[in-house]
Design a binder for this molecule. Structure first.
Ligand code: NAD
Length: 428
């Protein structure tokens, strides 16, 4: 019997972490899976392997400081592991397990030939100098070297990691291999094996899936009021692309503050201010608000592109948007999800909405391996087509089965993983 680990009923929402959220999502999809695949479901409820590493770093003043790092491979049934690396003070093993599991499902939803993996270090990178950050990255890359490789597991950027971090990672791996292996990570600088279009890819996927959902709701982006949480890689690109298509970005929130302008923020000015002063506060032509006010802001679309557990039982009832788009991974708790469904708010789930990043990461990997690079036009056209097709498949399943877009995405993704698992069989 392959029972699904139940969520203990004594755990209230505030004690549920991302891994429990993921297990609740698996429990939700389980009854919808094809009966012949159900015996294999246990392969989804535990990661294939998890590595915990100590990352010692010599500080600029000569002292040594230790950080805990992780690399989790949730499933390798459909191909090498694929998933980002996060540097954040709240990174834990269960969080990385959940992020790796969502990567397995996401990669299967957009049908790229990867399993799911994720990595991270519990560190506040803001407390490190640039040379310390480089030493941290290089030591972590060496410590997880036993798991990664262009045919084994391919990291990418996530929260607080970027093209420079990927370049250091790739260099460290290459030095240890005695040859340049650009395909070991994606999200690299374009100058050294990165792909055109990768920087904006996750935001572009958020944008394309939003357009598709609006079509289903009989609405358009022209004049739509959008609130965006997170103004990093994903949130900034999604906001910019939506504004470019005629939407008004009426509110922005990041870890430094919340700003609003009901007539629409000037994103270029906000970006310039954020870069110069490292805070959203004081950006031109807007008002500052308390963080909790963000959730009740008047808007048509809410894009969440920061961290997990942002839409909760406490704020789900206040959200005015009729469409919520999950640029972040795991931003909505299961209780909040139920509240939004009850209120008729359409949610485009993370494993679909933010799959644009891994899709172009797949293109980057293919380009690195074949040493043949494509035009940005070609990349964006292929990305748009994959995102639209994935959206259509999920929407179709949701309608025919009478299930949410999240459960439909899980159904599509999990069945693809479990089919592969069943066909490969159990060794020995
Ligand atoms: P990032 O580091 O570039 O940006 C994160 C943003 O979130 C920043 O603006 C930060 O200020 C904000 N933030 C952090 N804590 C916050 C808080 N408590 N309240 C409000 N805002 C807060 O990271 P990113 O790459 O844009 O990733 C954002 C989310 O998207 C994560 O969940 C990540 O896993 C997911 N994601 C990223 C990619 C990618 O390609 N980068 C792909 C898929 C999913």
């Amino acid at each position: 019997m392959n029972a699904i680990t139940p969520i203990p009923s004594y755990l209230s929402e505030e004690h549920l972490g991302p891994w429990e959220t993921y297990l609740a999502q698996i429990a939700e999809v389980a009854p919808h899976l094809a009966p012949e695949l159900r015996p294999w479901i246990g392969t989804l409820t535990a990661p294939k392997r998890s590595l915990i590493v100590d990352v010692p770093v010599r500080r600029d003043d000569g002292t040594i400081i230790h950080f805990e790092g992780y690399r989790v491979q949730h499933s390798l049934s459909r191909g090498p592991g694929k998933g980002g690396i996060r540097f954040h003070p709240q990174v834990t093993l269960p969080e990385v397990m959940a992020l790796a599991a969502w990567m397995s499902v996401k990669n299967a939803v957009v049908n790229v030939p990867f399993g799911g993996a994720k990595g991270g270090i519990r560190v506040d990178p803001k407390t490190l100098s640039l040379p310390e950050l480089e030493r941290l990255t290089r030591r972590y890359a060496s410590e997880i070297n036993i798991l990664v490789g262009e045919e084994k597991d391919i990291p990418a950027p996530d929260v607080n990691t970027n093209e420079q971090v990927m370049a250091w990672f790739m260099d460290t791996y290459s030095v240890n291999q005695g040859k340049t292996v650009t395909g070991v990570v994606t999200g690299k600088p374009v100058m050294m094996g990165g792909s055109l279009g990768r920087r904006d890819a996750t935001g572009r996927g958020v944008f394309v899936t939003t357009l598709e959902a609006l079509k289903k709701q009989g609405r358009t982006l022209e004049g739509a009021r959008v609130a965006v949480q997170g103004f990093g890689n994903v949130g900034e690109a999604a906001a910019r692309l939506m504004a470019g298509a005629g939407a008004k970005i009426v509110a922005l929130q990041d870890e430094t503050g919340t700003i609003i302008n009901p007539s629409g923020l000037d994103l270029a000015a906000v970006r310039a201010h954020r870069e110069a002063s490292r805070t959203l506060f004081g950006a031109p032509n807007c008002e500052a608000r308390a963080a909790e006010d963000f959730w009740s802001i008047d808007c048509d679309i809410l894009v969440v592109a920061a961290l997990e557990n942002q839409i909760t039982e406490a704020n789900a009832g206040k959200i005015k948007a009729r469409l919520v788009v999950e640029g972040a991974n795991g931003p909505t708790t299961p209780t909040a999800d139920a509240i939004l469904a009850e209120r008729g708010v359409l949610v485009i789930p993370d494993v679909l909405a933010n799959a644009g990043g891994v899709t172009v990461s797949y293109f980057e990997w293919v380009q690195d391996i074949s040493a043949f690079f494509w035009s940005e036009e070609e990349i964006n056209a292929r990305l748009d087509r994959i995102m639209r097709e994935a959206f259509a498949s999920v929407w179709g399943l949701s309608e025919t089965r009478g299930i949410s877009l999240r459960t439909a995405s899980f159904l599509l993704g999990c069945e693809r993983i479990l089919h592969a698992r069943k066909l490969r069989g159990l060794y020995p």
